[in-house]
Design a protein around this ligand. Structure first.
Ligand SMILES: [Zn+2]
Length: 345
């Protein structure tokens, strides 16, 4: 039995074989005073080799990775594994169960709370267990995300570049092996609460990904994530899969504050003029915002501020001030990346 604050588990992460079990989190509330939050976990371990940790359900309403990990648990056998694959398909189990992005128990956003803690609710406790007990076991981590129920992303790897230049280079190899059509480049400085940062600060190789969204699982996003996962396992020498499709030559794009959000300044009903993945030039019309209360009036028009790729679109067209309608990501060349991690080093 391992205990870590309110977290405890009798799960055997280390012996050869294939099994599933739970990481239990005690949480005292009106509903849960005599029950535990049971976070499902699986391991498939063969001979000596690397340990790869696969996590989904970090955000509860992002389903692509959850489905991929359930499928992988069905088909992968210990004799096909050199090393060990640890799978956690519903990392923030209360959020997954509630079909919400963050935990309904404590409002915790798993990807803003790392490295977590043992005295501030179940979300932080799960993060803290992962940070203290699973990251030290892992040679590499792949964490699955998507646009959830509110948006859709282009299928992409998500590569955070931090202070450790050698680790950045090793993680770029994972992004190339994952081989999604796009890879988002995101600078981190070691102070964020995301899983990527926690892994970077422990020196663990890490890639996350964004696969579609809209609260569903498209066949295309599933295939991108499935093939990418197997290619990463193959790249690390953990699983040999003949006849895997070759990775796409990924295109590097930005996100966050350096990318171009089209953001509503008013209430309104939005009509997008662009598709996910579409290339746009500066000045390309992105969206029209109709005035929902004054029929026949246009509230705003949006155009691209710079050339790029439409990387995120929102689902619900009825928007409030501050809502992003879409994101136009600038494209990086591979040589720009090398300059970035030289800079971050
Ligand atoms: Zn997410």
């Amino acid at each position: 039995m391992v205990t870590h604050g309110p977290v405890s588990t009798e799960f055997d992460f280390d012996s050869p074989g294939k099994r599933s079990g739970f990481i239990d989190v005690s949480h005292s509330s009106n509903e849960l005073s005599v029950s535990a939050i049971r976070v499902p976990v699986g391991v498939i371990a063969g001979g000596d080799g690397p340990t790869v940790l696969l996590t989904a359900g970090n955000h509860g309403d992002e389903y692509e990775g959850q489905v991929i990990l359930h499928r992988l648990m069905q088909v992968l056998t210990p004799d096909a594994v050199t090393g060990r694959v640890i799978l956690i398909p519903a990392l923030n189990t209360p959020a997954v169960t509630a079909r919400t992005r963050v935990s309904p128990l404590d409002g915790g956003n798993m990807n803003r709370i790392f490295p977590g803690g043992t005295a501030s609710g179940p979300t932080a406790a799960i993060a803290s267990f992962v940070d203290a007990h699973l990251l030290p076991r892992a040679d590499a981590v792949l964490d699955f995300h998507s646009g959830g129920t509110v948006a859709s992303y282009v299928d992409c790897g998500y590569l955070c570049l931090g202070p450790d230049a050698a680790l950045n280079a090793a993680n770029l190899e994972l992004a190339d092996a994952f081989g999604a059509p796009f890879t988002v480049i995101c600078p981190i400085d070691g102070t964020g609460g995301d899983f990527d940062t926690a892994a970077h600060m422990r020196g663990t190789r890490f890639l996350s990904c964004e696969l579609g969204g809209m609260g569903t699982v498209s066949l295309d996003s599933f295939e991108t994530g499935w093939n990418g996962t197997l290619r990463i396992l193959q790249h690390l020498g953990c699983v040999e899969t003949p006849d895997l499709p070759a990775p796409a030559t990924t295109r590097f794009i930005d996100a966050g504050s350096t990318a171009g959000f089209a953001t509503a300044a008013h209430h309104g009903l939005a009509k997008l003029h662009v598709r996910l993945g579409q290339e746009v030039e500066a000045g390309t019309p992105l969206a029209t915002l109709f005035d929902a209360h004054n029929f026949g009036e246009i509230r705003d028009e949006f155009t691209a501020g710079k050339a790029g790729v439409v990387s995120i679109v929102r689902r619900n067209p009825m928007v409030l001030p501050g809502d992003h309608l879409c994101l136009v990501s600038r494209e990086y060349q591979r040589s720009d990346l090398r300059a970035q991690y030289a800079h971050s080093a």
